[in-house]
Design a protein around this ligand. Structure first.
Ligand SMILES: [Zn+2]
Length: 565
């Protein structure tokens, strides 16, 4: 998020003027206005209504979710006396009584606030707690609000604890922290804890729409969606961005493009284009798109973040297609995303995620982020063309030339470094086609041809190919072959093979090959297992022989070379 944070505090203290920043102007004044914090509001309301008022409250959550606002609301709820001056603590503070108004304006003598981030020492806390034993001047309760409480020094915590252990009836503490784990458990155990949640972007979107309307500003839906996304769960951050966007538009409509420029974001559709180009191995197109975005003012690091976000979203959509219903998304994004998620395989997506994540930290550390990002894209484009490990094993085991890299097709379109890749796109996929078709389709474009294993070893490979790894292993390690013909296998299953091995193997072979296979168990010794044969072969290998001599007692594990089919 850091790269995307706009100057959120620009207007921070201009509230003194007639013009008040939106974040202040629309600060919630009732619990009902606290969006996205339903659980907190319910618990607090119940507690106050039933008169179970805790000695201390601990509010935790990321920055900007409304901890301080909530703290002040609690202070008002506890001290409100109602419009007639006779009311008690209420979950719905009136907002008009002397206590409510003074607290809202940060000037109530009995509500003391301290920011522990800037005042961490023992003396600071002593000074704050100095008046604890005196009764409140005008309010019902003396309320101490300590923000970023985890920053207090150990001594300061101890001093605080003393008061917390035996607090006078008229004192209440409200603590806020972004790092709850740094708060000593002795303090935590004396407080009622509330976790403030990040606000959903859909909720923020609604809030911003409503506020824009109240402000008389016209803001495009797409712009609102962008702001809601950039706010990252914080109403305050989002309102600061909205504020800035509205003042920049100078009375005109706030457009999606303007907000995108303001936030240094890449065009969403172009992020799709970019990812498409990368996944198709079209390096030149990818670099051109990146250059365009860069020239238009998008930060390269933010572009990587956008790609990362896109990959995450596509992955989620593969797992749970409901995710496509995010209202923050434009219709075109949704349809395009659904199509993309359908085309790309899960291994490709997870690999892209890892490469982007690694690339992101590299780009952040790089003196020239643009170059770093270019390198990430190049790497990804090449990797997108790599078959998955499973496919590599498959092609090696079947020895089929069709899955081998073909030198002529290997050069990526427009790529500057065609020779660099170890395993390239299969020849089934001409590069011209690759531009429009993501490589993940590779598996689907293979001609349908039924396997026709000619040897027992080929049968074992076929089981491995079909991901019947357990059966393949049994066949390899336990089966002593007695007779083999096309369509007929007789074997002695040894002691360790499962009883129904022959049945299963026969059924699957018949299914895969489209030809009847009879597989039966016979009572004859049969040949050594494939595994034993391989071991013997390996021992006969001069290199292995010399290793065994050098390391007496060494055990040979499965030996297979890439060119050994
Ligand atoms: Zn009141």
């Amino acid at each position: 998020m850091t790269d995307r944070q706009v100057d959120k505090d620009t207007h921070k203290d201009s509230g003194a003027d007639a013009y008040r920043v939106l974040a202040r102007k629309y600060r919630p004044t009732t619990f009902a206005q606290l969006i996205g914090q339903d659980a907190l509001v319910r618990t607090l309301t119940n507690a106050i209504t039933s008169g179970r008022i805790a000695q201390g409250y601990m509010l935790t959550g990321v920055r900007g979710v409304g901890k301080t606002t909530t703290a002040r609301l609690i202070a008002r709820a506890l001290n409100c006396i109602g419009p007639d001056g006779k009311g008690g603590p209420t979950p719905e503070p009136c907002g008009v009584c002397a206590n409510c108004t003074a607290i809202a304006e940060d000037r109530h003598v009995d509500v003391l606030e301290m920011d522990a981030a800037s005042r961490t020492g023992i003396d600071d806390i002593r000074e704050l707690l100095d008046g604890v034993r005196y009764r409140p001047t005008s309010a019902r309760y003396k309320i101490y609000i300590v923000d970023e409480v985890h920053m207090l020094s150990e001594k300061a915590f101890n001093a605080l604890l003393k008061t917390l252990e035996e607090p006078p009836e008229h004192v209440k503490f409200i603590f806020a922290t972004t790092e709850i784990r740094k708060v000593p458990v002795t303090v935590l155990s004396r407080c009622q804890r509330f976790d403030l949640r990040r606000i959903e972007s859909a909720d923020l979107h609604k809030l911003f729409a409503q506020i824009s309307k109240t402000e008389g500003a016209t803001v495009e839906e797409g712009a609102l969606a962008l702001i809601a996304r950039a706010a990252d769960g914080s109403a305050r951050d989002g309102l600061s961005i909205l504020d800035q966007a509205i003042s920049q538009s100078a009375g005109k409509k706030v457009t999606e493009t303007a907000v995108r420029d303001m936030l240094g974001l890449a065009d969403r559709a172009l992020v799709f284009d970019l990812f498409d180009a990368v996944m198709s191995g079209d390096v030149k197109k990818a670099l051109d798109l990146l250059a365009d975005q860069y020239a238009a003012g998008a930060s390269p690091v933010v572009i990587l973040q956008d790609l990362l976000e896109l990959v995450h979203w596509l992955t989620r959509m593969k797992v749970a297609p409901d995710g496509a219903n995010d209202p923050a998304l434009a219709e075109t994004e949704r349809t395009r995303g659904v199509a993309m998620a359908g085309k790309l395989g899960m291994p490709v997506l997870t690999r892209s995620w890892q490469m982007l994540l690694k690339g992101l930290s590299e780009a952040r550390a790089a003196p020239m982020p643009l170059q770093a990002v270019e390198m990430v894209l190049v790497r990804m484009a090449y990797a997108a063309e790599l078959p998955s490990p499973a496919d590599v094993i498959k092609s090696l085991e079947s020895g089929g030339a069709s899955a081998r890299p073909s030198a002529s097709a290997a050069a990526p379109s427009g790529g500057s470094n065609g020779g660099a890749r170890a395993v390239a796109r299969g020849s089934a996929m001409p590069s011209a086609e690759a531009v429009s078709q993501p490589t993940a389709q590779l598996a689907q474009t293979k001609p349908v041809e039924l396997p026709a294993p000619q040897t027992f070893a080929a049968i074992v490979d076929l089981f491995a190919d079909k991901r019947e790894i357990v059966l393949a292993d049994h066949l390899k390690r336990h089966v002593h072959l007695v007779r083999f013909d096309i369509g007929l296998i007789e074997f002695n299953p040894g002691k360790l093979a499962p009883k129904d091995l022959s049945g299963q193997v026969g059924k699957l072979l018949t299914q895969w090959t489209g030809q009847r296979w009879v597989v039966s168990v016979v009572n004859a010794a049969g040949a050594p297992t494939l595994h034993d044969q391989e071991m013997e072969q390996a021992k006969a290998d001069p290199v292995v022989k010399s290793i065994l001599e050098a390391f007496p007692g060494a055990i040979i594990e499965t030996v297979r070379r890439a060119d050994d089919t």
